[in-house]
Ligand binder design. Structure first.
Ligand SMILES: [Zn+2]
Length: 336
């Protein structure tokens, strides 16, 4: 068993056990704190609490290793789960309800899970909403709100984003160079590249022997694989991508949802306004309450919440429209 090379800080936790089984699950927790990976890894190393986690992801997207994957971390209140799982603690961007996480943490989480799946032979990173799936929630095993309402609601999206990368074979930024390139590069979502020099050699392998063919200025080719700055074009060979520019808006297959747009996509599906109900409304009410708006936290978005929200929006120089959309959610999730 190996560990992720995405890790930038590692220090062994005080509490962990040997692992007997194979890794087939991934348990995602939230820290209920705003920490860097180092803060969290150091916390588990001190061992003042009987707990640990394989990986820790900071609000800044940093990734730390606390318990190597060949050991069992004490994270999920269940030996059954921890025995089969790689566990990950994700920092919150604000340490209070609704326990948001930053875009940087989300992106790091997706890349880390893709890496864990690839190294451990998990081909389909399922979220079934039950213990049978790959993705696991702490709240299924103990009386805890972990992973919190925001991260908890993202589980189906995490499964989709990870599977899109697993299926396309897309490289993970930061470790693509160390990936095996036995078949000559890693598959990428096909795109078109336009040549920006008068003569561009086509080679048999990345930076290898030249073929007889060349490309000329403004030639457009389809790239299906990449390796360290080199792109493969079907039936021809490898070209240096340095002398090309990506052609925008032409793709042979639909582009998978961009991981960087995770927050935008999430917000698009979670607009709150008068008449909305549920956990997120409760979170919004608690957020407003904590800022001095003395409203009841009943998870129902009524007139009282509407009035308080409009005042809050105006205090943040937002339109006082009473709708929690892209700008207002971002103001609420704002770091620091
Ligand atoms: Zn937890």
């Amino acid at each position: 068993m190996s560990n992720s090379s995405l890790v930038t800080y590692s220090r062994l936790a005080k509490w962990y056990s040997p692992r007997k089984g194979k890794i087939s699950k991934i348990a995602i927790h939230h820290m209920a704190a705003r920490w860097t990976a180092k803060n969290c890894v150091d916390f588990f190393a001190r061992g003042s609490r009987y707990g640990s986690s394989q990986y820790c992801i900071g609000y800044d997207g940093s990734i730390g290793l606390s318990v190597p994957e060949d050991k069992r971390a004490w994270t999920t209140s269940s030996i059954w789960c921890d025995e089969q799982a790689v566990t990950i603690e994700v920092s919150n961007s604000i340490a209070e309800h609704p326990w948001p996480i930053s875009d940087a943490s989300y992106k790091a989480l997706i890349y880390l899970i893709v890496d864990i799946c690839r190294r451990n032979g998990i081909k389909d990173c399922t979220y079934t909403g039950t213990k049978e799936g790959v993705l696991q929630k702490h709240s299924w095993y103990a009386a805890t709100p972990c992973p919190g309402p925001t991260l908890g609601a993202l589980f189906p999206k995490i499964s989709r984003d990870v599977n899109a990368m697993l299926k396309s074979g897309a490289p993970i930024p930061g470790i693509s160079a160390s990936m095996p390139v036995s078949s000559g590069g890693a598959k990428v979502e096909p795109y078109f590249a336009k040549v920006t020099v008068t003569d561009l050699n086509i080679r048999k392998t990345p930076n290898g022997e030249k073929t007889k063919e060349k490309l000329g200025l403004n030639d457009v080719v389809k790239i299906t694989k990449e390796s360290d700055g080199w792109g493969y074009t079907e039936g021809k060979g490898w070209i240096s991508l340095k002398y090309t520019s990506k052609v925008q808006g032409v793709a042979s297959t639909p582009t998978p949802a961009l991981v960087t747009d995770a927050l935008t996509a999430w917000i698009a599906k979670h607009h709150l306004k008068i008449g909305s109900e549920g956990e997120l409304v409760g979170g919004l009410q608690a957020f407003l309450y904590a800022r001095g708006y003395k409203i009841s936290i009943d998870r129902k978005f009524g007139k009282e919440t509407d009035d308080a929200l409009k005042k809050y929006q105006i205090s943040q120089s937002l339109d006082g429209d009473g709708i929690v959309g892209q700008k207002t959610w971002r103001a609420i999730f704002k770091e620091g």
